[in-house]
Write a protein that binds this ligand. Structure first.
Ligand code: DUC
Ligand code: ZN
Ligand code: ZN
Length: 473
């Protein structure tokens, strides 16, 4: 089976050029001018941009939280991703009971039959001892070359500084990248207790009890631990404060291999959104900050201080008591209403995997803040390189997987929950006017999105063995 995409303008992280693309089976066979093939299906992409399928390196699918579960699983989340031009996601495996390998097997058993786009895994390390240290060395053989540690969520996910230091040393020796969630867990717990005692239970107190200083300080702490761990490579997830951008610059000036990840929500929203009547929709951790933070994060993207754009996709229903229609069925999953009386009970997380590329195209490329090549670097190529999936993923080159998004730069639409395909009842970008969206998407040579139509299936997504990644600093 061959497909020939003709007359499109290809956009990679470094070049923009007109060419045809020949897909044979699952891979890109040829890129060049005036390509022909006797049997290929021809797609005329005149006037369209051809982008590599996006790589979202930070999603949470089917994640149990509080008394519910995030509302996109590996099928529905992959479908939403695909409609937004993303064909690879990297999901986090919680470290529950048992060995790391048992945890990975359990998560894989959930993901495999459902996945509708290709997927890799990061491993959360939230419990650490000598056994876990040994097991970390086995992760690369299982296809996992990144792990995440937390400086917050005391008594649940957090490791002590000493444990993080040890994890970083082991990870470095094993060729594994350490990712860090930077907040100050001690301060958060004290402020949450005080807020509840004072009867401050509205969503805004989610932001007020998780101050930006804690994030800035914890990001520098993580950098310092990485330095002392023998210059362990470090990846700062979901950057949300101006100060983190400064810490990235500082760490690099001191020769550290520290990279950073932005997420759209921290570019567009502030804690004022949590003051709205429906503020629970914006509750995630870390929380929204200020306009100054938004701007500094934009600068970090524009000048290359930040390497990737991911999402931290972890959606919940706003009103999980009222069903939505999803693929012809009524679906309701308990969500944000669980915290109606108390912000600490609002499930943390937002939809975003499908929004990432369309929103950033309009807001980033459309406003000339980002070039189309920077857009591809941030959304496709850099995450693929950092997490060891390049050049199979994240670029347009002969031999790569034929993961392709055909982009119509002129198409305008009003975005919102009815357009985005997340399995939830709201969208953060409701009513936003967009120009430029993916109109056809291929996963390893199979057309999975064509306009409004979905051709993907559960189980079509394949588990990706991540290799040791590149340090992009
Ligand atoms: N933050 C969230 O808001 N949700 C999932 C995990 C995380 O770190
Ligand atoms: Zn996190
Ligand atoms: Zn996350």
């Amino acid at each position: 089976m061959a497909i020939l995409i003709k007359h499109g303008t290809l956009i990679t992280a470094s070049e923009t050029f007109k060419a045809d693309i020949l897909i044979e089976g699952e891979i890109i066979r040829q890129i060049g001018r005036d390509l022909t093939h006797p049997k290929a299906d021809i797609i005329n992409a005149e006037g369209k941009f051809i982008l590599p399928g996006g790589v979202d390196a930070h999603v949470h699918l089917d994640l149990p939280m509080f008394d519910t579960v995030s509302s996109d699983d590996h099928y529905t989340g992959g479908k939403a991703a695909a409609f937004g031009g993303t064909t690879t996601v990297i999901d986090f495996i919680p470290q529950d009971e048992g060995t790391l390998e048992e945890n990975i097997e359990r998560w894989q058993a959930k993901a495999d039959p459902k996945a509708s786009v290709d997927f890799g895994f990061h491993m959360n390390i939230t419990r650490f001892d000598k056994e876990v240290a040994k097991e970390i060395f086995t992760l690369p053989d299982l296809g996992i070359t990144s792990l995440k540690v937390f400086t917050a969520y005391n008594g649940r996910l957090r490791l002590s500084d000493g444990e993080i230091f040890r994890v970083m040393r082991v990870a470095r020796a094993a060729g594994i990248l350490t990712m860090v969630h930077a907040e100050n867990g001690d301060v958060i717990d004290i402020l949450v207790d005080e807020a509840l005692t004072a009867g401050n239970k509205d969503p805004i107190f989610h932001a007020k009890t998780r101050p930006a200083w804690g994030t800035v300080e914890a990001s520098l702490r993580a950098a310092a631990l990485a330095a002392q761990a023998g210059d362990a490579p470090l990846y700062l997830v979901h950057m949300n404060t101006a100060g983190e951008v400064n810490q990235l610059v500082y760490a690099r000036e001191h020769g550290l291999k520290m990279m950073g990840e932005a997420c759209p929500q921290y570019l567009f929203f502030t804690e004022d959104d949590l003051r709205r009547e429906d503020g629970a929709k914006w509750v995630c951790s870390p929380p929204m900050r200020t306009e100054r933070d938004n701007l500094r994060l934009w600068e970090g993207l524009e000048n290359g201080t930040i390497q990737t754009m991911a999402t931290d996709h972890c959606p919940f229903f706003y009103d999980g008591t009222t069903p939505i229609e999803y693929e012809g069925e009524k679906v309701a999953i308990p969500g944000k209403e669980l915290g109606k009386e108390d912000f600490t009970k609002i499930p943390n997380g937002l939809p975003g995997v499908g929004d990432r590329m369309p929103i950033l195209w309009t807001q980033g490329v459309g406003s000339s803040r980002l070039t189309p090549n920077q857009f591809v670097a941030l959304h496709c190529t850099n995450p693929a390189k950092i997490f060891g999936l390049y050049p199979q993923k994240g670029t347009l080159v002969p031999g790569a997987d034929a993961d392709i998004a055909i982009w119509d730069p002129d198409k305008e639409l009003r975005y919102g929950v009815d357009v985005a395909r997340h399995r939830t009842d709201y969208n953060l970008y409701e009513g936003w006017q967009l120009k430029g969206i993916p109109v056809m998407v291929f996963l390893r040579g199979q057309k999975i999105v064509d306009g409004e139509n979905w051709y993907g299936k559960p189980g079509m997504g394949r588990y990706l063995h991540c290799h040791e990644g590149e340090v992009l600093v």
